[in-house]
Design a protein around this ligand. Structure first.
Ligand SMILES: Nc1ncnc2c1ncn2[C@@H]1O[C@H](COP(=O)(O)OP(=O)(O)O)[C@@H](O)[C@H]1O
Ligand SMILES: [Mg+2]
Length: 378
């Protein structure tokens, strides 16, 4: 009997589950926010993921519900579970990816290494934290942030006045998250796949390069890592996957500090930009792995296929025309490049696609990936 997976959210992550689903013979259904989204190829429904009745209707006749994003409200998730729908990751795990304050508190209980942090409810509390941490700190809105929106480096408690004001209007009230400004040499990401029955597989730890708060490039595995760092990163990833009961793909964003510690930045419980390299660079890509994990099927090998993989995002796209018009040039000039597009209209800063290149020489692999992406820009 054909297995059926329902994905809530019609973005590029849902889109990139389509090809592996076809290969596995899994029927993929997508509840998209609007017509014409990235995953419209598989969209069987269009509707509001915040509406329980809409999501329940979509969830009828699928074997499992999973997600393209973290924004499905807890009451909608609870209604699914109540109705007997298999939901992976489940609400009890997902809430730690939905709310950065809940995440910090839970990671503290689990003894995970993380930046100094506090929940602050007004400018005075924020100022006190700043004063205790060398005059600067990072303030974050606990919910709804992405690509650096909702993250601000501040040196005065008054610099988050607008966010405190928004909180005051919010029915739930609550607090902002403040963290020490971490001195890091680089950012890393550790992915782990976990089945409902508990089996896990960790991917090689990767280096991620952010520009203006947005992931620009990923190098897999993280260069100059030695033996210990990959082991510690994998231990952190598996401890979090197990401790939080994550099912499906988990990404743990990490800082490598100037004094060579690893600190957890944040979590994503779905395929993640830091894992796009695995589509072409690993035995089992993260999108296939996510489907296998949420269906509680045996997980695939996570070994890299070559010494190096580099993923470069296409951010913005061409000023005029579409990505498609540049395909022929990119393909002719960079036959090693694997181009992935999201079916999205170019707009400054928008993630509209990425390029993977895999090979034995890191400089060459990185050059080819960047040069292929450059064909789609200007
Ligand atoms: N405590 C911190 N210290 C230093 N830089 C940080 C800190 N927290 C976040 N950043 C920087 O901001 C980026 C975005 O923050 P993150 O919490 O990952 O938000 P988002 O949900 O937008 O990805 C991080 O990738 C990192 O470059
Ligand atoms: Mg992040």
């Amino acid at each position: 009997m054909t297995l059926r997976v329902g994905v809530v959210g019609g973005g590029q992550l849902a889109r990139m589950m389509i090809a592996p689903a076809v290969e596995l013979g899994v029927e993929l259904r997508v509840l998209a926010e609007d017509a014409g989204m990235s995953a419209s190829l598989a969209a069987t429904a269009v509707g509001d993921y915040r509406d329980a009745a809409t999501v329940l209707e979509f969830a009828r006749d699928v074997d499992v519900i999973t997600f393209d994003h973290e924004h499905v409200p807890q009451d909608v998730l609870a209604a699914l579970v109540e109705a007997g729908v298999a939901v992976h990751p489940g609400p009890d795990a997902l809430r730690f990816a939905q709310d950065k304050l809940l995440m910090r508190a839970r990671l503290q209980e689990l003894g995970m290494p993380q930046p100094d942090w506090a929940a602050v409810t007004d400018a005075d509390e924020l100022q006190a934290f700043i004063d205790d941490h060398g005059g600067r700190a990072v303030v974050k809105t606990p919910r709804g942030g992405y690509d650096g929106k909702g993250v601000r480096v501040v040196s005065a408690g008054t610099e988050a006045a607008d966010w405190f004001a928004t909180l005051a209007e919010d029915a739930h009230g609550g607090a902002l998250l403040v963290e020490e400004l971490v001195e890091f040499t680089r950012e890393l990401a550790q992915q782990v796949a976990r089945r409902p029955s508990g089996a896990m597989r960790a991917y090689p730890v990767v280096e991620t390069v952010q520009r203006d708060g947005v992931c620009a490039e990923v190098i897999a595995p993280a260069p100059h890592a030695g033996e210990r760092l990959p082991q510690v990163a994998a231990q952190i990833g598996t401890a979090i996957a197990e401790g939080l009961g994550v099912t499906g793909m988990l990404a743990v964003e990490l800082f490598e500090t100037t004094d060579e510690r690893l600190l957890v930045n944040e979590l994503a419980m779905r395929p993640h930009n830091s894992g796009h390299w695995s589509q072409d660079g690993a035995v089992t890509g993260q999108f296939e792995q996510h489907l296998r994990a949420v269906l509680d099927l045996p997980l695939g090998d996570t070994t890299a296929l070559a010494a190096w993989s580099v993923m470069v995002n296409v951010l913005g796209g061409p000023v005029e025309g579409s990505l498609d018009e540049r395909f022929a040039t990119a393909m002719a000039e960079h036959p090693q490049a694997k181009v992935h597009t999201y079916g999205k209209a170019p707009r400054p800063g928008r993630k509209v696609g990425h390029v993977n290149v895999v090979g034995d020489d890191l400089d060459d692999v990185a050059y080819q990936a960047r040069a292929a992406v450059a064909v789609f820009l200007d």
